[in-house]
Design a protein around this ligand. Structure first.
Ligand code: NIG
Ligand code: FE
Length: 445
């Protein structure tokens, strides 16, 4: 199947983040002879502790999809004997998945796709020994990316977002959270969210938009950060909410970004405007999560420096701990987030790419699974649950995404591997054979 060339497509405005773009497959789709079908059915959502490793595998499995939904899941021999199917077989498109693994499409619950250019100078400086924070203080980092976004048209930004979404789908991702955060003015943040909406309208998967106006304080407000926090709370958040441009508000609460007090104000404004919350926390330095938990965030992300006390707090909350080891890898850090401590305490752990130009320029969930196994010491089964059902929980989509069960959206990833552990084993190569989104077959090698 020919790959779409997003760079050449002309985008029209429209669509709505959070909604699939109306691509409802007309022809029912039947995947048969699946060597390992990872259903992740039953169990609790989110998965915690030992449950995280339960994949509910069906060998020689089959999945029937119709009108964008999963309608039946079972053994191939039972599917082929089914009287409903016998009557309809001629108008069902059959895909032979012999020797392959099928799992729920990945839910990448943390990405920053609205930027225009890679940060190559930062990259080179780091190879010469400079740290992320030193580079930011010297004029690189997030603020460097702002100029490009402010200058770019909405359409140009949408092209960048769509190219990233296509890259994600080719590697098994079917649901993506997309943050703004490189505009840092009301106008440029809203333009970024409109670009996310436009790109989402041209992609069959599900895009969940997040306003990250509070990423860092923009250069022009450095002397008076509180003025910028006021702009975020009193202009940006209300306007994003009124125009239904975002479902969540995020804030970067850390050294060099926003203080816990400012972060609390941002999350409170989100709640007051009917939006969900999430936050970047403890990425560069320790912080206390208790005050931020008041807004009941859907997720706390990064958590490299999380304290034992807060791990305990997380284990008693519904907030998902989203780990993004791509950032640790790309920054060349020795320290990785404490996945084992979180899992063993009963916190709900998810994995995401954190796709962005400064710390994690990758769209590949399989690579994140590889890092989770090699550096976070998660098992391949735990990594898969964290990247599917728990990612869905981090976006409050557990009722429609993240497992292969009748009634859920027909979003599937098919890998050309004989054993699910290979998905996390191979790295730097794409073993995703095809992606089914809304019951429609996508990439096909
Ligand atoms: O998740 N930490 C905040 N935001 C991004 C980095 C953004 C950038 O450097 O461009 C992250 O790592
Ligand atoms: Fe991030």
């Amino acid at each position: 199947m020919a790959k779409a060339r997003p760079g050449r497509k002309k985008l029209k405005s429209g669509g709505c983040p959070g909604l699939t773009s109306g691509h409802k497959a007309a022809t029912p789709l039947l995947l048969i002879n699946i060597r390992q079908l990872l259903t992740l059915r039953a169990g609790s959502a989110p998965r915690r502790g030992r449950e995280l490793a339960e994949l509910s595998i069906i060998e020689d499995g089959a999945v029937l999809c119709e009108a964008g939904r999963i309608v039946a899941v079972g053994k191939t021999r039972d599917a082929l004997r089914d009287s409903w199917l016998k009557g309809k077989r001629k108008r069902v498109r059959e895909i032979d998945c012999r020797g392959k693994v099928v799992l729920p499409g990945f839910v990448d619950s943390h990405t920053h796709p609205v930027f225009t250019a890679p940060r190559l100078v930062d990259f080179e400086k780091r190879t010469a020994g400079a740290s992320y924070e030193e580079i930011a203080a010297a004029g690189g980092g997030i603020r460097w990316s702002v100029e490009g976004v402010r200058r770019a048209s909405r359409e140009e930004l949408a092209q960048h977002v769509l190219a990233a979404l296509e890259g994600m789908a080719a590697q098994g991702t079917t649901t993506v959270e997309a943050k703004s955060g490189y505009g840092l003015s009301t106008e440029a943040e809203l333009k970024s969210l409109l670009a996310v909406r436009d790109a989402a309208a041209h992609w069959p998967g599900t895009v969940v938009a997040t306003l990250l106006g509070a990423h860092v304080v923009p250069r022009e407000h450095l002397r008076h950060p509180e003025k910028y926090v006021r702009e975020v709370c009193e202009l940006m958040i209300p306007q994003a909410a009124q125009q239904k441009l975002a479902e969540f508000v995020d804030v970067f609460c850390d050294r060099g970004a926003f203080s816990p007090e400012h972060a609390q104000s941002v999350l409170q404004a989100a709640t007051d405007n009917g939006l969900g919350t999430r936050a970047h926390v403890c990425q560069l330095s320790p912080c206390t999560l208790a005050p931020l938990l008041a807004s009941k965030p859907a997720s706390f992300d990064h958590l490299d420096f999380v304290s034992d006390e807060d791990v305990e707090r997380l284990s008693r909350s519904q907030t998902v701990a989203t780990l993004v080891p791509g950032a640790n890898y790309f920054l060349g850090l020795e320290r990785y987030p404490p996945a084992r401590r979180l899992i063993e305490s009963g916190a709900a752990v998810a994995l995401a790419t954190d796709y962005n130009p400064g710390t994690s320029p990758t769209t590949s969930m399989p690579f994140i699974l590889s890092l989770a196994c090699t550096h976070l010491k998660m098992s391949p089964a735990e990594a898969i649950s964290a990247a599917t059902i728990n990612g869905a929980c981090a976006l409050l989509r557990q009722n429609s995404k993240g497992s292969i069960e009748p009634g859920k959206d027909a979003d599937l990833a098919v890998f050309d591997v004989a054993d699910y552990r290979e998905i996390a084993y191979w790295f730097g190569m794409n073993r995703c054979w095809t992606t089914v989104i809304g019951g429609e077959l996508r990439e096909h090698k």
